[in-house]
Design a protein around this ligand. Structure first.
Ligand code: NAP
Ligand code: G4F
Length: 345
């Protein structure tokens, strides 16, 4: 009998990669999709016809119970969230409801169908919970025992989701694991996130569709991996005899500035930096044209200055290791965007 898995956030980046992975492994894959007319529905139906879609919303517990009754899952992956940190400052209450309390709703749905001993649960926790403020061990990185200090409504909501998951594991014996994942990107990343915004703009600049890109803080640092590698780690967590929490990361950190330099280099542009603060610009060294400007609208009320993860536990216990490195990730994303933008020219 094929195992059944339910994924919330099926229309998101990780939902896409995880659904493919589980399908390859022979699972029956169910995906929770929200909204009366979600525009991403058609894409899932076209690209992943094996996914059985169930309508529901993380804020609507009845719909989650119904999803459990239909999918009868052995594994539930809770990837659904308001996931954009900047947006969470603009919609903090919605973020609390979906990204925070939504986790409680789905855990209660598991209990409502008596799934405490039969359903394994994955919660998408995040490095944003660390916040970067207590980063005082250069080169070592955050691990499962590091202090949390979230710096956004998103980070605070995720911390609630993290602790309620641990609490339901301890209280009701649910096989519930939290993956504390550092940033992971790729060809399915939304264009509202900085990496994809950059690679999409780079492709459009190359094709003459756009003159420049406008960004916020160039000096924050992130530990960036490839999403396809990270969903493998999620699955491995649920295959363990005992539930636990794991950091997935690369162990390297880079600035937004470095990402820009590598991405522009992929299309043959050497970036030169001129000016300071909000007046800083990125210039094409060969032509003197401005291809990058600062727009303060993209600054955040509070910033996470540096994220660096230590994936030693996941490597040792899960046998997980990232495959795609930083230059490989940038190259993959620019190549994808060149192909996509070229197609629709
Ligand atoms: P994403 O691309 O932004 O996808 C988010 C998903 O959540 C979308 O499918 C969205 O569906 C769904 N969603 C939003 N509100 C919902 C609601 N009320 N009910 C049900 N579903 C809802 O995010 P991602 O990058 O795939 O990340 C997956 C998860 O991992 C998220 O929880 C994120 O916070 C977490 N995470 C991500 C990273 C990363 O670097 N990517 C790192 C650590 C943790 P719609 O189509 O309806 O909008
Ligand atoms: O790409 P970002 O929006 O990702 P951020 O804030 O690190 O969050 C992502 O990773 C988290 C894991 O650590 C996830 F939990 C979360 O769901 C999400 O997937 O921003 C990265 C950095 C920030 O420092 C931001 O201030 O890039 C900076 N940045 C500079 N200019 C920008 C921009 N970010 C965005 N989105 N857009 C800009 O124009």
């Amino acid at each position: 009998m094929a195992k059944s898995a339910l994924i919330t956030g099926i229309t998101g980046q990780d939902g896409y990669h995880l659904a493919n992975l589980l399908n390859e492994k022979g699972y029956d894959v169910y995906g929770l999709i929200r909204g009366q007319q979600n525009p991403k529905r058609d894409r899932v139906i076209k690209e992943q016809p094996f996914v059985k879609l169930i309508e529901g919303d993380l804020t609507d517990q009845g719909s989650l119970i119904r999803a459990m009754q239909i999918a009868k899952p052995e594994e539930v992956y809770n990837l659904g969230a308001i996931s954009h940190v900047g947006h969470s400052f603009k919609s903090p209450q919605l973020t609390a409801d979906v990204t925070g309390k939504g986790v409680l709703n789905i855990l209660e749905a598991i209990r409502a169908v008596g799934g405490e001993k039969t359903i394994r649960f994955y919660q998408a926790s995040t490095s944003e919970m660390f916040g970067g403020l207590d980063y005082n061990r250069p080169g070592v990185g955050y691990d499962e025992n590091s202090l949390f200090h979230p710096r956004s409504p998103y980070g605070v909501a995720k911390l609630y989701g993290h602790w309620i998951t641990k609490n339901y594991r301890e209280s009701y014996g649910i096989h519930a694991s939290c993956g504390i994942l550092f940033n992971h990107e790729g060809d399915r990343r939304g264009v509202e996130f900085v990496t994809r915004k950059i690679t999409n703009a780079v492709a459009r600049i190359k094709l003459g569709k756009q003159t420049h890109v406008e960004l916020g803080n160039l000096d924050s640092k992130r530990d960036w991996g490839y999403a396809g590698d990270y969903v493998e780690g999620m699955w491995r967590m649920l295959q363990q005899d005992k539930p636990d929490d794991y950091v997935l990361a690369t162990g390297e950190t880079h600035t937004i500035r470095e990402f820009c330099e590598l991405a522009f280099a992929e299309i043959g542009i050497k970036l030169e930096w001129q000016g300071e603060d909000v007046n800083e610009v990125g210039i094409d060294a060969a032509t003197d044209k401005t291809v990058l400007k600062i727009n303060p609208d993209f600054f955040r009320p509070a910033e996470v200055d540096i994220l660096l993860g230590n994936p030693a536990k996941a490597e040792e216990v899960l046998g997980w290791k990232r495959k795609v490195d930083f230059p490989g990730l940038v190259k993959l994303m620019v190549e994808t965007d060149l192909a996509l933008e070229g197609e629709v020219i």
